[in-house]
Design a binder for this molecule. Structure first.
Ligand code: ADP
Ligand code: ZN
Ligand code: ZN
Length: 745
């Protein structure tokens, strides 16, 4: 008997091993095995197939040992891995590595994952209040502790907490807790943490939907009859999330699981609270701030007889083992963070989730106030169902959007700070009214550039082809590509003058200036730098929600789907920077970002105010944003895409080549382009030197393929694989790094 296995290595193929006789009735597809590979190494591999066809002409090694007594990866997962590996041109081993939490694929081996157990405390459910009082008798300390525990359980709305948490409650000696346990007022269980329910009790029924939401829900259900995928296009704050909650409940009622995907961890905080209030501990949370052991526990629970019914998570959660997946929700489906950039597999989680749903025969709902052009096109052409919501919940008006021409204002000497006078005025009015403010700027740090005012010298990264950003905190220069830190020189290294000046504006500077403009208000910042700590997002979001912060400054991180009920004013500072980069999607991104940012204001009762600061407000995209006209924006973009042949009218594949020697990167990319051109002809563009042409010491060249939608993906992949091996057969290019980015964003 033989087994084809997937190794956790970037190899193009599966490997075949012999199954020892005593293992033959125990092994199965989706089991983990330990196999020897290379000279002396052992790896954890996944069984993909079992058969009796002895491979010819090669010596087959034996499987060393079997880890599992049941499959840890199910059939649909393996099919999904295969699709991702094929479609995104990534080795199967890379997909496997991305999918499984690391404790499940140990490399030092023979050390298996051992589940953590934890002691949980519960109030004995068979005792009523009076019998508790009776049992407590006159034990004062026990009474006090019991009071605290009851209070704690009520606060947390749960029926069981870990012993650790109780120990943290107050100063009592362990003997007091033991006393309560001996009297059986409290019960202790030692539970494998992966298998437990957290004990969170749902606190409410879903809110009843209003008539628009109700109608949308009915329409979605109608779409489900003949469409597997539907797009819910609802303006910001139309109550899409509440519709999802009703849908989940509907699927739950027939025993089906839901996968709820979000583009960013920052969003999970609020969503977790909203979903747990209705679904309690039926919901599992899965994202990168969850440590690898917890991920393993969630995986194991998904394999158990009592899996989570709902998984809320970012893109990696689509790799979990679902038993009976009925519904996939891709919230904020237009977000580019759904695309994995580094490392491989460079998959788009929305598209992979659609495939996952397909393999489970489940329904998919894509939701957004600003759908991606691709999805909206699919909806318009009938491939997806389309449901539209145009009213904000509660009849709140869409925000009023006002453009401020900063070039004019500067010329008239009216820009006394980074904020236009109109924005300052609106902020003051909001603050007076105890309302809140959000300000966006899509650059972090203090200043994107340092320049010598004498000789125009600017500091650059020694490893990348980019200028460095100045961070005032720590007084350092940072490369935003490789994260190298440099000291800020006191004088210009070129002309030796003390004449280095920061140029441009980052969130750090905006925060500082806003604090000075509005003394006595609490200003906070949310960007990659301020959210590194484990609970940093939660703290900022909660503080803002609880109004301990009045003005929140941040990058696009802040624009995505957050729901604050007291934000009156949103300011978008230097909006032009969103549009001025050379990419066919820049206007789409700019439209989405501004519309989403605007959508954070006036979500409750009063109309919100959005001020967009631009030096060039005549650009058409601003008028679509201010009139909230998605359809018209879509039409104009679509005709441009058609004219210049861009997605959705074709598919793109970006081929990236890297080498430390520029000459080799250049030569390899030319050769590869020549080989590919023989079959792909004018479909190939390049090779090009990208704008940032060196990162982390590697010189980069790119080739772009524009492929007609009808072209067979199998043929294309064949052509590319052949071209790659032909390139590799030249010893000079054996170690050139080469990867594919399919549907690049
Ligand atoms: P969207 O996801 O479309 O931006 P949300 O679902 O976040 O909108 O809804 C906006 C706000 O309105 C939220 O605070 C939400 O709790 C509230 N809301 C929406 N629908 C209802 C409803 N049917 N009943 C009560 N509150 C609702
Ligand atoms: Zn760098
Ligand atoms: Zn100088």
């Amino acid at each position: 008997m033989f087994a084809d296995v997937i190794l956790p290595l970037p190899l193009p193929d599966l490997f075949t091993y012999a199954v020892p006789a005593e293992m033959q009735d125990k092994i199965g597809i989706g089991f983990r095995v330990i196999i020897p590979f290379g000279r002396r190494k052992y790896y954890t591999a996944i069984v993909k197939a079992i058969h009796w066809d002895a491979p010819e002409n090669i010596e087959v090694k034996e499987i060393h040992s079997l880890i599992d007594s049941h499959a840890v990866v199910n059939e649909q997962q393996l099919t999904l891995w295969e699709w991702i590996s094929f479609y995104y041109l990534s080795p199967p081993g890379d997909v496997y590595k991305a999918a499984l939490p690391s404790p499940m694929k140990p490399e030092d081996l023979l050390s298996k994952f051992t589940p953590k157990t934890e002691t949980f405390i519960q109030i004995n459910p068979s005792l009523d209040a009076s019998s508790v009082t009776g049992l407590l008798g006159r034990a004062k300390k026990q009474q006090l502790l019991m009071d605290e525990i009851i209070h704690y359980f009520t606060e947390k709305k749960c029926e069981r907490v870990s012993k650790k948490e109780i120990s943290g409650l107050s100063n009592y000696s362990p003997s007091v807790l033991n006393g309560l346990l001996q009297k059986k007022i409290l019960l202790a269980h030692s539970i494998e943490t992966g298998r437990i329910n957290s004990g969170i009790i749902p606190t409410r029924e879903p809110y009843p939907l209003n008539e628009h939401q109700q109608k949308a829900l009915i329409e979605l259900n109608n779409c489900f009859k003949d469409k597997q995928i539907s797009l819910l296009h609802g303006v910001t704050s139309s109550g899409k999330t509440e519709i999802y909650i009703h849908l989940i409940q509907q699927f739950l009622a027939v025993g089906a699981q839901t996968l709820y995907l979000l583009p960013e961890i920052a969003l999970t905080t609020q969503l977790t609270q909203r979903l747990q209030a209705v679904f309690g501990d039926k919901i599992g949370i899965y994202h990168s701030r969850i440590n690898e052991n917890e991920r393993t526990e969630i995986w194991q629970k998904m394999l158990s007889e009592n899996p989570y019914k709902i998984i809320l998570g970012v893109r990696s959660s689509l790799f979990l083992p679902f038993r009976k997946l009925g519904l996939v929700i891709v919230d904020e489906e237009h977000e580019t963070s759904y695309k994995q950039q580094e490392p491989a597999p460079r998959y788009h989680a929305r598209d992979a989730a659609i495939m996952l749903a397909h393999f489970h025969n489940a329904k998919t709902v894509l939701g957004s106030a600003t759908p991606s052009l691709e999805s909206y096109y699919n909806a318009q052409t009938g491939k997806y169902g389309l449901v539209t919501l145009t009213e904000r919940f509660n009849g709140v008006m869409m925000p009023r959007i006002q453009l401020e021409n900063t070039r004019d204002l500067r010329r008239k000497k009216k820009m006394k700070s980074l904020l236009a006078p109109a924005l300052i005025e609106e902020i003051n009015a909001a603050l007076e009214n105890e309302e809140q403010v959000i300000l966006f700027r899509n650059r972090r740090g203090f200043a994107p550039l340092i320049e010598c005012s004498q000789c125009a010298w600017t500091p650059r990264c020694s490893r990348c082809d980019v200028t460095l950003t100045y961070h005032k905190k720590g007084n350092k220069l940072v490369c935003h590509y490789c994260n190298s830190h440099y000291r800020l020189p006191t004088e210009c290294p070129s002309c030796l003058e003390k004449s280095l000046k920061p140029l441009g504006l980052g969130t750090e500077q905006l925060e500082e200036e806003v604090s000075l403009l509005f003394p006595g208000t609490v200003v906070a910042r949310m960007d990659m730098d301020s959210t590194r700590g484990k609970d940093a997002y939660e703290r900022i979001i909660n503080d803002f929600q609880e109004k301990r912060i009045q003005i929140l400054v941040g990058t696009q991180m802040l624009s995505k789907g957050l729901d604050f009920d007291n934000v009156r004013v949103v300011g978008i500072i230097s909006a032009d920077s969103l549009l001025n980069y050379p990419d066919f999607r820049s206007h789409e991104r700019g439209f989405q970002l501004m519309t989403q940012a605007a959508g954070r204001s006036g979500r409750n009762t009063r109309q919100g105010i959005v001020i967009i600061q631009s030096a060039d407000p005549a650009q058409a995209v601003y008028s679509y944003v201010s009139r909230n006209d998605y359809e018209l924006f879509f039409e104009t973009q679509l005709s441009e895409r058609k004219l210049f042949n861009y997605p959705p009218f074709c598919r793109l594949i970006r081929i990236v080549l890297k080498h430390k020697e520029e000459r080799k990167a250049e030569a390899a990319s030319s050769l590869l382009a020549d080989i590919l051109k023989k079959t792909l002809h004018e479909r190939l563009l390049g090779p090009n030197k990208p704008i940032v042409s060196r990162i982390q010491l590697y010189h980069i060249r790119e080739i772009l393929l524009k492929l007609e939608n009808g072209l067979s993906p199998h043929k294309v992949r064949d052509i590319m694989k052949k071209a790659e091996s032909s390139l590799r057969s030249n010893p000079e290019f054996k170690y050139v790094t080469l990867y594919y980015d399919v549907d690049p964003l």
